[in-house]
Design a protein around this ligand. Structure first.
Ligand SMILES: [Zn+2]
Length: 546
């Protein structure tokens, strides 16, 4: 499964999360966030980190200013820009002429001003797009590419040419598409990256395009694909096998529309499946952590089904699988989960028996050993609670606490003695000014100390959470690292009349770990409280120095 043998060609990782990835709907990163991600990509072993489009975006310009103060340790920072505008021959182009003369033309000048070791210039490779979108001649477009690349090379930049719409252009007019690559390579581009800009190319088209391109130019060929046909990672791998030596991709597959190729999966596949060493073994083991870190920073719930790094990526539900993996680890996983920093998980469900319970506790590294009798009692308890609305399959932290609490001698780190919540809807002048206000007062006991705190929130659960945190922080100051990542409410057995219950699932993080807890009750606030209590108790017991 793992291989340390180097592949036939070295492959250079190029991350474009901070430029192309930000095209994703709902994704927004502050300059601070971008800096944090750039540093983590550097630590991961990515060779090129594209930071943004300084010519079109003031926030990106600020990012490059800030990065100059503390440069990356290993990766090359890349500024992105487009080729010069159309207009007459290259020598008389006002943009290029001005840059040559005085170092001041809008787009290219801002790429230069970013003072990065490398720069990526995007230009068109589709003859049709040149005519209809740029509204210029095919010759002029070739001159635009050559002039712009040459200018940046003259100024000492390593230049990557992003051949926009390459595969669509290649399908329509292969000679012209190749001519654009030659124009860039002839002007000194170190790499020509072939872009599947619309993300709809099929694997065979990608392979053909890469093969033709590697034959046509002396410089390196890169690949940049979007995921509109759900083929981005596959197309990237095939491009590498066809001779591409630079892969452009984004963290977690972020990007506009359906996203870019996912750099997490690309790295794992290159390394574990194709035997091409792109990062060290230790760096590979941090993939899961980096993926979750990025999601958190972006305020997006991590996708549990994300290949390699999702929490479900190596999870087993069926009793048969569990029986097999307790006998032989790896029976139902395609790679060793630890290679990418993930873990195999056994899901507890109503089907679970004593053996599942024992297997799960072992997987969770809880350091608990239960006798057969204790394990049977715990399995019964799980079954009983699941009938009452709890669900431990996706709440392994609550399950572990259930196991701990079942053992003699377990002392909970804190206890909630009492809570009171007051809610108020304050009418305003207009509809938009109506506002929900809630205040929670809680009594929390830690050891011998009973503390009483109050806090406000925009709803009962947030007020309760704030009050409990405030009380616990006095005894567990590190708890301020813990925050809720996701909060889900489900109505269960809606036909059950008075027995109708609410289930709350909470996902929490301290920036290093992710864990899930569950609460169920006829009342949503109580269900939330139970899940919150487990979330905090689990962290304190596991990592809070208890
Ligand atoms: Zn793109």
């Amino acid at each position: 499964m793992t291989s340390s043998a180097a592949g036939p060609n070295p492959v250079h990782l190029y991350d474009t999360t901070l430029r192309d990835g930000l095209g994703m709907e709902g994704l927004s990163l502050s300059v601070e966030d971008k800096i944090a991600i750039a540093r983590r990509l550097d630590e991961l072993g990515v060779e090129y980190v594209e930071g943004g489009y300084p010519g079109s975006n003031p926030k990106d310009a600020e990012f490059f200013d800030r990065m100059r103060e503390t440069p990356l340790r290993n990766a090359k920072l890349v500024a992105f820009g487009s080729t010069r505008r159309a207009g007459g021959d290259g020598a008389s182009d006002p943009g290029v002429a001005a840059v040559r003369a005085a170092g001041s033309a809008p787009a290219l000048a801002s790429v230069l001003a970013a003072e990065t070791p490398a720069a990526t210039l995007v230009g068109k490779s589709s003859a049709e797009q040149v005519r209809t979108v740029l509204e210029t001649t095919e010759e002029e477009n070739l001159a635009m590419i050559a002039d712009s690349v040459a200018l940046l090379v003259e100024r000492g930049r390593e230049v990557i040419f992003d051949a926009e719409h390459f595969f669509d252009g290649f399908a329509d007019d292969p000679q012209y598409a190749i001519a654009t690559l030659r124009a860039a390579a002839g002007a000194g581009a170190r790499t020509v990256a072939l872009c599947d800009t619309n993300g709809g190319s099929l694997p065979e088209d990608v392979v053909r395009g890469v093969q033709e391109a590697t034959r046509a130019v002396d410089c390196a060929v890169g690949i940049h694909v979007h995921n509109d046909a759900d083929l981005a990672v596959a197309n990237t791998l095939l491009a590498v096998q066809a001779g591409a030596t630079q892969v452009q991709a984004c963290l977690n597959g972020w990007g506009e529309r359906c996203g870019n190729a996912n750099i997490i999966s690309v790295i794992a596949n290159l390394q574990l499946k194709l035997g091409i060493e792109v990062v060290s073994r230790e760096q590979l083991e941090r993939l899961t952590e980096l993926s979750h870190f990025a999601s958190e920073l972006a305020n997006l719930a991590p996708n549990p089904q994300q290949p390699y790094v999702g929490t479900s990526a190596f999870a087993h539900k069926a009793g048969l699988h569990v029986a097999a993996i307790t006998k032989s680890a790896g029976s139902y996983t395609h790679v060793d989960p630890g290679a990418v920093g993930n873990v195999e998980r056994v899901l507890v469900s109503e089907l679970s028996g004593r053996r599942n319970v024992i297997a799960l506790l072992a997987e969770q590294d809880a350091g608990l050993s239960l006798s057969d009798g204790e394990a049977s009692a715990l399995a019964d308890d799980v079954k009983d609670r699941e009938a009452r609305g709890f669900q431990y399959e996706s709440a392994e932290a609550s399950f572990e606490l259930l196991a701990r609490r079942s053992l003699e001698g377990y002392v909970a780190p804190f206890g909630l003695e009492d809570f009171l919540i007051v809610e108020r809807r304050r009418p305003g002048g207009g509809e938009a000014e109506n506002e929900m206000q809630a205040e929670a007062m809680v009594k929390v006991r830690v050891g011998e100390t009973l503390s009483q705190t109050a806090a406000d929130g925009n709803g009962p659960v947030s007020a309760l959470d704030a009050a409990v945190r405030r009380a616990l922080l006095e005894s567990f100051p590190d708890l301020d690292r813990v925050h809720l990542v996701d909060y889900k409410v489900r109505i269960i057995n809606p036909d059950g009349g008075a027995d109708a219950a609410v289930r709350v699932l909470i996902e929490s993080s301290d920036g290093m770990h992710l864990w899930r807890t569950v609460g169920a009750s006829t009342d949503v606030v109580e269900a939330s409280w139970l899940a919150l209590q487990d979330a905090y108790e689990y962290w304190i017991v596991r990592w809070g120095g208890m």
